[in-house]
Structures are given as structure tokens and as C-alpha cells.
Ligand binder design. Structure first.
Ligand code: UTP
Length: 301
């Protein structure tokens, strides 16, 4: 079985839910505590043993490429000033030369199209796909656990979590076809089913290990929901020929593409950090006791 060596990060979306910030800053570069969202996802890929990072970027996303490059002036200035801690922090961030590739999705035609744009860089081998706006908090990275499971199952693998059974119509839902190792075999995938039609309440959460045959399917795929080329439609076709498995992730997931998810991520990762946890915890308590919705007081007077 081929090892999973490459990971694809589709970062070409418009991020309309985060306007006006995303007019000038890619949403993947918004910071959770002190590092951009994309850094958390890249760290998760590295922890899983990924050797090559493939970014599918778009217009206005050049700053992502700069972020993963060496900043010579900054390094020189920090060296002159003897800032050893800051220097070692930067050293760990950038990929080794030749281990990161960038390609452009020239128009945001959908996630399925963004993944297809990576076909030549991935080549004929299985690959990991990480949606960079979903960040995950757990001692062991979600993708590392998935790679371990994949070594037993082969095929295709997606991370899942359980949603409120009344809310299956918000998610891509998979059916539980029997346990396999730390996961289960998928016996059906349905996009946003009504609760009465849902095969389970397990929904797909943003980490995938896919076989390269997905590219041939995406190549000829028609536009689907939202007039975009949808990855889920491609996976449904692939599932007619190949097996799919699910890995139920046990940690916390934050959708940093939504305002609420992004704020929850900031709070959760700040509380996770030993250096700032105490202060943040106290401040949040005080804020919750004193801040009222803007305009409420004057409306009452
Ligand atoms: P989202 O559905 O979150 O889309 O895409 P978006 O356009 O970035 O955000 P909103 O909904 O307008 O606020 C999920 C992932 O797929 C990527 C996004 O960058 C995100 O990581 N994507 C989406 C692409 O790379 N290209 C696309 O055409 C669409």
C-alpha cells in the first residue's frame, strides 16, 4: 500500500462570511491566538508524517506563500538584536526547501475544482486533504490517527463527528456500516438529508484521505449545489467503485470560516496555552459579567 506522503490545502475560497476582513486578508491568515489558522492545519499534517504540502491558492492569497517562506530582513534584525527565542520560533515554521508547492485555482469554481487543480502535483498516489478553515484541538492530531487507521483499511477515509440528530440537514452525513479498527465502514453518503431520511448523525468534518481516482471523476464533473463543483458529488461517484471508511474524531473542531467558530477557536486555544490560560480565564469571567450587548443600555433609557 502507498504511504500517504502529500497533503492538499485548498485555500482559494472567497471567504465571504468573513467580509470585510477577507477583502484584503485571506481567511486562512486570520490569527488564532498568535498564529494564522493555516499554521494549525499544516502542523497537524506534519504530525501525521506528511512530507509534501500542496497549497491551492487564488488571487489575493500570495501572502500565504510569503508566510511559509524565509523573511531574510526579519531574521537578520532578530539576529542582530540577539532575539534567540523569536528566531527559534520562526525556524520551526517554514517547510524544508522543495517540500511545499503552490498552484492557483484561477476562479473559485468550488472545492471539488480546487482539489482537481492539485492533480499533477499529487500524481498517482493517495493523498490527504485538509480543509484549512477547520481547525482541530486534540493531543494527537486528527490526521495522524486517520493515517494509522488508513494503514489497516486502505480505500478512502473521512473524519466524522456526531451532530444533533435534528440538524442532519446542515451536513454531509454518512451511514455506519460496521466497526473497523478505530473507525467504521461507510455504507452510504447523503448531502444534507432531513432527519427522517438520515442514515446516522455522523457528519464529515474536513479531513480526508482520498485515492487519486477522484481526480478523473472531478475532471468531468458538472456543477452542483451553489453552482460550484462539489467534492461531495465526486466522492459519491467514487464510492460506487471504491470503499469509504470513517474516523470518528474525539477532540474539538472549530469552523474558523464562521465568525462564531473563529471566536470559539481563539478562546479554546488561548485556554489550552499554559502561558496565557490563567489571565484569559479571569478576563473572560469579568467580561461575561460586565459586557452588555452594544446599544442595549441606551435603548432602555
Ligand atoms: P467554503 O465553503 O468555506 O468557502 O470552502 P469559502 O468561499 O472559502 O468561504 P465562504 O463560504 O464564502 O465564507 C471550504 C474550503 O474550500 C476552499 C476554501 O478556501 C475553504 O478552505 N475553496 C472553496 C477553494 O479553495 N476554492 C473554491 O472554489 C471554494
Amino acid at each position: 500500500m502507498h504511504k500517504v506522503r502529500k497533503a492538499v490545502f485548498p485555500v482559494a475560497g472567497l471567504g465571504t462570511r468573513f467580509l470585510p476582513a477577507t477583502k484584503a486578508i485571506p481567511k486562512e491568515m486570520l490569527t488564532v491566538v498568535d498564529r494564522p489558522v493555516i499554521q494549525y492545519v499544516v502542523d497537524e499534517a506534519r504530525q501525521a508524517g506528511i512530507e509534501h504540502l500542496i497549497f491551492v491558492t487564488g488571487r489575493n492569497k500570495g501572502v500565504i506563500e510569503d508566510y511559509f517562506d524565509i523573511q531574510v530582513e526579519l531574521v537578520n534584525t532578530l539576529t542582530e538584536r540577539g532575539k534567540k527565542t523569536e528566531l527559534s520560533l520562526l525556524e520551526g515554521l517554514q517547510p524544508q526547501p522543495g517540500t511545499a508547492s503552490f498552484t492557483r485555482q484561477q476562479a473559485p469554481l468550488g472545492l471539488g475544482h480546487a482539489v482537481w487543480c492539485a492533480r499533477d502535483l499529487v500524481g498517482p498516489e493517495p493523498f490527504a486533504l485538509l480543509l484549512p478553515d477547520m481547525i482541530m484541538q486534540s493531543e494527537r492530531g486528527c490526521l495522524a490517527s486517520m493515517v494509522e487507521l488508513y494503514e489497516k483499511t486502505g480505500g478512502n477515509l473521512v473524519s466524522v463527528e456526531q451532530c444533533d440528530p435534528a440538524e442532519t440537514n446542515k451536513y454531509g452525513i454518512v451511514g455506519h456500516g460496521g466497526a473497523v479498527g478505530s473507525g467504521f465502514r461507510i455504507d452510504g453518503m447523503v448531502e444534507k438529508p432531513e432527519p427522517k431520511d438520515a442514515p446516522s448523525n455522523y457528519f464529515i468534518t474536513g479531513r480526508y484521505i482520498l485515492q487519486p481516482e477522484i481526480f478523473d471523476i472531478l475532471e468531468t464533473q458538472e456543477k452542483g449545489a451553489g453552482n460550484e463543483i462539489q467534492l461531495t458529488d465526486g466522492m459519491l461517484k467514487l464510492a460506487e467503485k471504491q470503499e469509504f471508511f470513517a474516523y470518528p474524531f474525539q477532540g474539538r473542531t472549530f469552523d474558523c470560516g464562521s465568525k462564531e467558530g473563529f471566536i470559539r477557536a481563539n478562546v479554546a486555544f488561548a485556554l489550552w496555552r499554559q502561558d496565557i490560560r490563567g489571565k484569559v480565564f479571569d478576563d473572560l469571567h469579568k467580561l461575561m459579567a460586565t459586557v452588555e450587548p452594544y446599544g442595549e443600555r441606551s435603548a432602555a433609557e
